[in-house]
Design a binder for this molecule. Structure first.
Ligand code: PLP
Length: 389
């Protein structure tokens, strides 16, 4: 019974009505937990769908947006379409552009700097759009991020969304990682302005206790998906679909076949409930704050960008202000820590600086683990600094 229940192939409603109906219901629940605008709920023109990954989510919204604008301006205009995001946007947008036939030179990844804590500047966006319009290009898609991959920067959704709207562009919000935190009222403000968005995405499989894969995507106008992605071969025709009474998720995604992923999310929401999920998130953020405080007490280190969620971006300060040696030193520190096998840190580069990243995100992490990881970091830093004298 268990495997038969899980192993459905729910491409259209008729093949497994329960899979489709439950997906609509749990995504409405999650949308309400995130306080998404009502337009994203399934009762109106919008609704949610579970994609495999955030990369698939941005691809399908880009395809929907592309076809929507091409219906307006004519399909010969493909080479004039321009996409905008900050250079901190996840590489999935670039891949989506490659697949969607957006010309690589029309993919504007606007430089975000430390002056905005690596968030996209609305002024810079406006200027770039104006320049593109002057030379006859067609701005059609803006992607903002709540919680960038490198440093969890938060783009200013409200101002960006207004710019997108005034230019007739599709506005997508990628909150793959940080969306989970927004179920807590005290962090919800990071997605203020989402009412301007056409689509919103968060990965329940990242930080929401749901097994991979489960990427929740909401859209305000589901017909945009259907118009871009629907096919209607004879062998899939059935009364329910033809009467237009049901949602066929095959028209909201790339593959035809799909699994019963909503069952996992249903289980998570029913098992933990909102309060426990909020506690889970808050505890990780508290532990990251604790780590941040430990760093602040050691003058050899610095926190590089303000910590917002459960990721701390930090580094060992370069000796004698030698930035290139500092980069080497931090790289060596990362290798030294990771080779112990007792902690695993990752890295990024921001404004040319090699940065270490400490992320709290595992269900079993406690303060003692954070302290132990910090001890390893300090010990390895002491040895490296002694060697580099
Ligand atoms: N967007 C953001 C902000 C991410 O951090 C990531 C992954 O790290 C992605 C998109 C891509 O996620 P996925 O593996 O679900 O495609």
């Amino acid at each position: 019974m268990l495997s038969a229940g899980l192993n459905i192939v729910g491409f259209s409603w008729i093949t497994s009505p329960a899979a489709t109906e439950l997906e609509m219901i749990v995504l409405d629940w999650l949308a309400k937990m995130l306080k998404l605008p009502e337009d994203f709920l399934s009762a109106g023109q919008g609704g949610g769908v579970i994609q495999g990954t955030a990369s698939e989510a941005v691809l399908v919204v880009l395809l929907a947006a592309r076809d929507k604008v091409l219906r307006r301006v004519g399909k010969d205009a493909l080479e004039k379409l321009v996409v905008y995001a900050s250079d901190q946007m996840h590489s999935s947008l670039q891949k989506a552009c490659q697949i969607a036939g957006i010309h690589p030179e029309n993919c504007r990844l606007l430089k975000a700097t430390s002056s905005t804590n690596y968030a996209l500047s609305p002024e810079f966006l406006s200027e770039t759009i104006s320049q593109d319009l002057t030379i006859g290009l067609i701005p059609f898609f803006l992607c903002a991020t709540v919680g960038t991959t490198s440093s969890t920067a938060v783009d200013p959704l409200l101002s960006l969304g207004k710019i997108a709207k005034s230019n007739g562009m599709w506005f997508h919000v990628d909150a793959a990682y940080a969306g989970s935190a927004c179920v807590c009222p005290e962090f919800r403000h990071y997605m203020d302005g989402v009412e301007e968005a056409d689509s919103f995405n968060m990965n329940a499989h990242k930080w929401f206790l749901t097994n991979f894969d489960c990427s929740a995507l909401w859209v305000k106008d589901r017909s945009a998906f259907v118009q871009a992605l629907s096919t209607n071969p004879e062998y899939l025709k059935n009364k329910a679909s033809q009467a237009n009474m049901v949602v066929d998720y095959k028209d909201w995604q790339v593959p035809l076949g799909r699994r019963f992923r909503s069952l996992k999310l249903w289980m998570v929401l029913r098992l933990y409930g909102l309060e426990n999920l909020q506690c889970y998130i808050r505890n990780h953020i508290k532990l990251a704050k604790h780590f941040e405080n430990l760093i602040a007490q050691d003058p050899r280190f610095e926190v590089v960008t303000p910590r917002i969620f459960s990721l701390v971006c930090f580094r060992l300060l370069p000796v004698r202000n030698d930035e290139s040696h500092g980069n080497k030193l931090n790289h060596q520190l990362l290798d030294a820590v990771n080779s112990t096998g007792s902690a695993f840190i990752s890295h990024t580069v921001l404004s040319g600086k090699y940065i270490l990243r400490f992320a709290v995100g595992a269900p079993l992490t406690e303060e003692k683990h954070v302290n132990a990881a910090w001890k390893v970091l300090q010990d390895k830093a002491t040895s490296l600094l002694a060697e580099s004298l």
